[in-house]
Design a protein around this ligand. Structure first.
Ligand code: AMP
Length: 637
């Protein structure tokens, strides 16, 4: 076995040799001429000259060896349905979808926006886009019209694929009216909307625009749509993520580099083997869903479970905290991927549930998306008796930046740490204001990456190279490095610990949200003059959003009944604009917000006060009574 240190060193010192070797894990239609082109930093082209296709690698490539093995297992505890698609069946469905999209006018390079619940058709749509070289833009189904509209405007999709409804905890969420409203709000008009009808909610079709998947599918039952061979650097998809401005960023990914990165991570980090089953509890609306529900496991020749429902509800709709473990037993899941929040939810269930099922197939549980607290890690580690692999990454990276690559060399995990830098990532800690590299154990700095960023990493921000460079690569003085916008420290053994964001992004139950987006939504309320949204520590969700609002008419907030009504209205507004995931846990009314003398909002001070911590250096603060009001509000709660 190679030592991880050597493996890692080669990836950094000889990236061409290292990644050329990893590139053998996928099929190439045309071999590449150059492994890494970093001539125009920070941009990187991986595997230039090569041609491949993600759908070929995820589906068609496996037909020779495993046509009749399970590929996609779609389980919904919301509708009580379970359906297995073999690789052959998956190929057939994907071709039907690809032919339908083509019939609707979709061509190579066109965008297809996917706004769907966790149903098999969503995966068909993603794979169909990859097959024909269309760029998919999946928008999380939990987002509402406002978020969706801004993404439609940015992606300008030729076609939108959606459904009548999703369902959560037995409650039907009609998607079609949200989509119609988003299309009313947005300036862009797609040529067609393709709709899966689950018969969960009534759906009014717009003549000439809306088409039913059942009908198009019927017309293309025997469709043969060959995979389009794409340049390695061709865009495979964009996925929107939150940052420090209200405008979401379209993280753009390539084709060849992404396929290689996923294949390599499935082998070295997730230790997933062809013929086995992978279960990620995430959603296709997030990057984990792209990398480790759809593409990664399928590229590795594994069956992947796509799960719609709560972690605590059974197939019969009744409470069942063991549902995930029953799926692990039933499908002999070998690798499972979830988020700390989900484990914290399960932790409230009867611990005996873990012992009720045969979980012997499971080799490891991977957790990511937010900090993993030690009690949660210990509880699940003792319950499952398999390694719990905390791993740290971002929408931007596409695959883990920090983890433990046990399939390269077994290494212990440390509670509270997502591990060590993964191969290909030149991770450094820099001093926030001097940009100096911090090398001593325990020094706190900004976690950054030195270029070239590895395969699979974002290429740029969709249609905005300048914003990509300015946002990510120019934030630290004196050096062009990629900022993760996370604080971190490293111990003497080289293990990293992530200490939270350096920017205005918050993480609610593993969902990344920009406080600015929430603020913009709240500011839209006619009675609101000003608002500050901060993240506050929460034992279940990691963080929750807290909103402090200054009303145009301060007297209104004096009336308790009026204040309560307003709080409800503001929450409702965020619900309909952005979705319930972004709804603040509390809205508090104040007459002023703490700011610096130059008018900059002191978010960190507000957050510290909410969490009962010291507010830090307040020498630049303008009006001390503003922070005192927040202190009083928090104390009164
Ligand atoms: P997203 O792009 O939505 O995946 O969010 C990425 C952010 O989530 C990171 O920048 C971190 O702030 C946080 N994050 C992700 N994984 C971890 C982890 N394992 N430990 C701590 N924070 C994490």
């Amino acid at each position: 076995m190679t030592s991880y240190v050597d493996f890692y060193r080669q990836s950094i010192d000889q990236p061409d040799t290292f990644w050329a070797e990893q590139a053998r894990l996928i099929d190439w239609h045309k071999p590449f001429d150059r492994v890494c082109n970093h001539d125009r930093p920070p941009f990187v082209n991986w595997f230039e000259g090569g041609q491949t296709n993600l759908c070929h690698n995820a589906v068609d490539r496996h037909l020779a060896d495993r046509a009749d093995q399970a590929a996609l297992i779609a389980v919904s505890t919301e509708t009580g349905t379970e359906k297995i698609y073999t690789f052959k069946e998956l190929q057939v469905e994907v071709q039907r979808m690809a032919a339908s999209l083509k019939a609707l006018g979709v061509k190579k390079g066109d965008r297809v926006l996917i706004y769907m619940p966790m149903i098999a058709e969503a995966a068909f749509a993603m794979l169909a886009c990859a097959r024909i070289g269309a760029i998919h833009c999946v928008v999380f189904g939990g987002f509402a019209s406002g978020s969706l509209a801004s993404r439609i405007d940015d992606a300008t999709p030729k076609v939108i694929v959606s459904a009548d409804a999703g369902s959560r905890g037995g409650r039907v969420v009609a998607y079609k009216p949200l989509l119609d409203e988003a299309l009313r709000l947005s300036g862009h008009r797609p040529e067609a909307v393709l709709l899966a009808d689950r018969k969960l909610a009534p759906m009014a079709l717009v003549a000439g625009r809306d088409r039913l998947w059942t009908e198009l599918r019927e017309q293309h039952l025997d469709a043969q749509v060959p995979c389009e061979w794409l340049d390695s650097t061709a865009i495979s998809y964009t996925i929107y993520t939150s940052g420090t401005t209200g405008k979401p960023k379209g993280v753009q990914r390539d084709t060849g580099g992404y396929a290689v990165a996923l294949a390599a991570s499935m082998k070295h980090i997730f230790d997933g083997r062809a013929g086995e089953t992978y279960f990620s509890t995430s959603d296709i609306g997030w990057v984990v869903g792209h990398s480790y529900i759809v593409y990664g496991p399928l590229i590795a020749g594994m069956a992947t479970i796509m799960y719609e429902g709560l972690p605590t509800q059974g197939m019969d709709g009744q409470p069942n905290g063991g549902i995930w473990w029953s799926l692990v037993e039933k499908y002999k899941v070998t690798a499972m991927f979830s988020a700390p929040t989900a484990v914290r939810v399960l932790k409230k269930q009867d611990p005996a549930l873990l012992r009720k099922y045969d979980l012997s197939s499971l080799r490891a549980l991977f957790l990511a998306g937010e900090p993993l607290d030690e009690p949660t890690a210990r509880w699940i580690s003792e319950g499952l008796n398999v390694p719990i692999i905390d791993n740290y990454w971002q929408t931007e990276s596409g695959w883990p930046i920090l983890a433990i690559a046990n399939a390269v060399e077994k290494k212990p995990s440390k509670f509270g740490s997502p591990g060590i830098p993964m191969y290909g990532y030149n991770v450094k800690l820099l001093h926030e204001s001097t940009g100096e590299e911090l090398t001593k154990p325990g020094e706190k700095g900004v976690v950054v990456l030195e270029g070239p960023t590895p395969p699979g990493f974002m290429q740029t921000i969709w249609q905005d190279d300048e914003r990509y460079v300015e946002t990510y690569w120019k934030t630290l003085p004196g050096r062009m490095v990629y900022s993760t916008f996370d604080w971190g420290i490293r111990d003497a053994d080289g293990y990293y610990f992530i200490l939270g964001r350096t920017d205005d992004v918050i993480n609610v139950a593993g969902h990344r949200l920009g406080t600015r987006e929430i603020e913009e939504s709240i500011s839209g309320h006619a009675l609101v003059a000003e608002v500050a949204v901060v993240g506050m520590a929460d034992t279940l969700k990691g963080q929750v959003a807290m909103a402090f609002v200054v009303l145009k008419d301060a007297a209104l907030a004096q009336d308790a009944a009026a204040a309560l009504k307003l709080e409800g209205e503001i929450m409702k507004r965020v619900d309909t604009d952005l979705g319930a995931v972004a709804r603040p846990a509390r809205v508090r009314f104040v007459t002023a917000l703490p700011k610096t003398r130059s008018g900059k909002l002191l978010r960190r001070a507000i957050q510290a006060v909410c969490e009962g911590r010291d507010a830090g250096d307040l020498t630049t603060m303008d009006d001390p009574t503003a922070l005192q009001q927040i202190r009083d509000q928090v104390a009164a709660a």
